[in-house]
Design a binder for this molecule. Structure first.
Ligand code: CA
Length: 226
């Protein structure tokens, strides 16, 4: 894969670039947010490995500006030392596809990149419909009650599972299998994605469709069904 690594810490940058190259990836590097964004906009990278705390433009801003300019664009894996739910939600809201909390092993980064790449190439044609929610898996367009919704790739992947299974429950393990090949990064990551998905889909004034089945998983349906 063509990877753009945006990281201001010289040691971390050199270490990660070396591991990624050793794993067969092509790696470009940027030392600050602004030059990273310019490279990302000009290039055709498959993945951005993006540090959150960066000089000149922080990771969230880089992600937001990139999504605003390029739409789906490259996959974004965000790196951060801050392990709080709010930070994750902010990252996903800005358009990040996955999250890795520092410190991490190079091997974990490679596993997560491989999972991201698989997810992005797994697309099948067809339209899923549940109630007033419509997802065209070919064009990746999602609409609720005729309004287009913006979801990141992880959100789309989760949505596909939930819609295909609706009104049945999809277990957390099933989602983890699909998203990370069963490798569960941290307990709260899936929850953060579901939170973001629910926020995007269950718009004010519409019947809630995303439901948590405590201790088991999630289901997508009108509450009075199934
Ligand atoms: Ca940093």
């Amino acid at each position: 894969m063509r990877i753009l690594l945006i990281e201001d810490n010289a040691d971390v940058r050199a270490n990660l670039a070396e591991q990624l190259e050793r794993a067969g990836h092509e790696v470009d590097v940027a030392l600050d947010g602004r030059s990273g964004l310019l490279l990302a906009l000009a290039g055709d990278h498959d993945v951005l490995v993006l540090d959150l705390g960066l000089p000149r433009l922080d990771g969230l801003e880089v992600c937001r500006k990139l999504r605003a300019a390029k739409g789906a664009g490259p996959l974004v894996l965000m790196l951060t030392a801050r392990d709080t739910l709010e930070d994750k939600l902010e990252g996903f809201a800005a358009g990040a596809d996955d999250y890795l909390v520092k410190p991490f092993e190079g091997a974990e980064l490679l596993v997560r990149l491989a999972a991201l790449a698989r997810r992005s190439t797994r697309q099948d044609p067809g339209v899923l419909v549940v109630e007033d929610l419509r997802y065209d898996t070919g064009t990746l367009r999602v609409e609720r009650a005729g309004r287009a919704l913006a979801l990141n790739r992880v959100g789309l992947r989760i949505l596909r599972e939930l819609m295909a299974a609706s009104p049945r429950v999809v277990t957390r393990q099933q989602l983890e299998q699909v998203l990370w090949d069963g490798f569960s990064p941290e307990g709260s990551v899936l929850r953060s994605h579901i939170f973001a998905l629910r926020k995007a889909i269950d718009l004010e004034g519409l019947a809630p469709l995303v439901h948590t089945v405590r201790g088991i998983g999630y289901r997508l349906a009108r509450e009075d069904q199934g």
